[in-house]
Design a protein around this ligand. Sequence first.
Ligand SMILES: [Mn+2]
Length: 358
Amino acid sequence: MSNKDLQQLRTQIDKLNLQLLKIINERGLLVQEIGKLKGVQGTNRFDPVRERAMLDLILQKNEGPFETSTLQHIFKEIFKANLELQEDDHRKALLVSRKKKPENTIVTVKGEAIGDGVQRFVVGPCAVESYEQVAEVAKAVKKQGIRLLRGGAYKPRTSPYDFQGLGLEGLKILKQVADEQDLAVISEIVTPGDIETALEYVDVIQIGARNMQNFELLKAAGAVNKPVLLKRGLAATIDEFINAAEYIMSKGNDQIILCERGIRTYERATRNTLDISAVPILKKETHLPVLVDVTHSTGRRDLLLPTAKAALAIGADGVMAEVHPDPAVALSDSAQQMSIPQFEEFMTKLKPVFNLNL
Ligand SMILES: [Mn+2]
């Protein structure tokens, strides 16, 4: 074979490479279109039956010189790349993603700009039990320069026989105390039907861990003009958490605060396992503020301070913790709520370490 022949053959190869390139990209475009259709229909992007049929067709039509198994391997790689292309496209499209909006979302609640770089605290009792109880905690919260008061009026409990919360009466108490002390109220709502009523009483609607994938509730919260604090589900992946936030934002409400609250693992030393690395991942993947709930992630009073330090050090926009005037008699979460003196000590130990602007 002369050098000239070799050159000619190589030119032909180059031509074929360009044709392959064009065909592979054309295929990619078609697959993206299919992905959009599937997105609308809500069907799974990966369809193994369809993939098997495509591989069988290659087997039928292969005339060589390549072995069918070799070709099937090459095609399998093409299929994989195409599937990834669909998923990239899908992620790009998420409204909560950094890809969609590179700058941080700041959620302003009664003048408190959550996500502006200053780390904040959300503190209050687990459950609203009485006016006196909430008022006492609120005073201690305000004394620390904190303006975000939490409290549960509707309590989704593990057992139906446990205290279920005061309901609307609880929201009224929170609102009264917050008005008296000029604080903002964050409280959980558990049914879509209660959202309208809650607007009158709360400054932030909380969607709790057990309801993170209650899609009707997410959609209802997405349809109102009120900030939403969304907690990560107890067995939810970060991707599922992000998609839950997307449910809210897809309905028009972009005032969303995410809250990591621990996930269920095999570890029993803590009530849940605080997934601390979720914080920078969520900050990277989304433009939303991220809080860490140290009370429910640990379930242990002795771990509140070290986990709060970890949360602030890793870049959380705030820390959520529960405080009760007399934790021993609390109707819920008595093992992990701080007493008021314990809370004061907690804040005293955090203030010199972090720039909390308090
Ligand atoms: Mn609690």
